[in-house]
Ligand binder design. Sequence first.
Ligand code: AMP
Length: 214
Amino acid sequence: MNIVLLGPPGCGKGTQAKRLQDRFGMTQLSTGEMLRAEVASESPLGAQVKAIIEGGSLVPDEIIVGLIAKRVAETGSSDGCILDGFPRTVPQAEALDEILTVSGMRVDKVIEFGVDDSAMVKRITGRYSCDSCGAGYHDEFQKPVAEGVCDNCGGESFSRRADDNEDVVRARLVEYHQQTAPITGYYADKGVLVTIDGMAKIDEVTKRLESLVG
Ligand code: AMP
């Protein structure tokens, strides 16, 4: 099964995609993570997209579609994909249909996280992650048990994303409403759209997703 998780920055797509990956063996494809890896490795593509990401705008469709086409081809159709952060525009949604069709697949379900924008700013500006294992934390909602030590791997070095500051978050929310929200109409017409309560507790959201995907 191939599913798309849809919702504004901070809605919990990444966290839930990782949980679904662990539970069902599906492959999480996060375009944001792919792009951050390109920036970190200082590749030509990374140099091209760094300023766009840090300003909160969207990377051009052709770049993203190329990245995702390559990854879908590498992943194959075995246990399906969880698309997290892609598609973000209607042309990307159309391109995804074409990419999957070539491999005899399709988007089986699009799960939209219904959330309040005002809460997203607080969620995002407080988040950080372990430099060693990537485990995610939050200044207020999810602190490590021992201050300054990662619960998962014991690492003591943490980072915040360059685009997780308040001004950039607001720009990302504007992009979401202008460019990404219209995708819901595209998928509603295909009969694959489901909206869930993204303001519920993390474990409740996971249960709801598992019931939709399992
Ligand atoms: P995310 O980790 O999904 O919040 O993505 C971080 C940033 O990467 C976004 O604000 C965009 O600049 C860029 N990005 C990620 N996915 C896409 C996409 N599908 N289309 C365009 N830009 C993207």
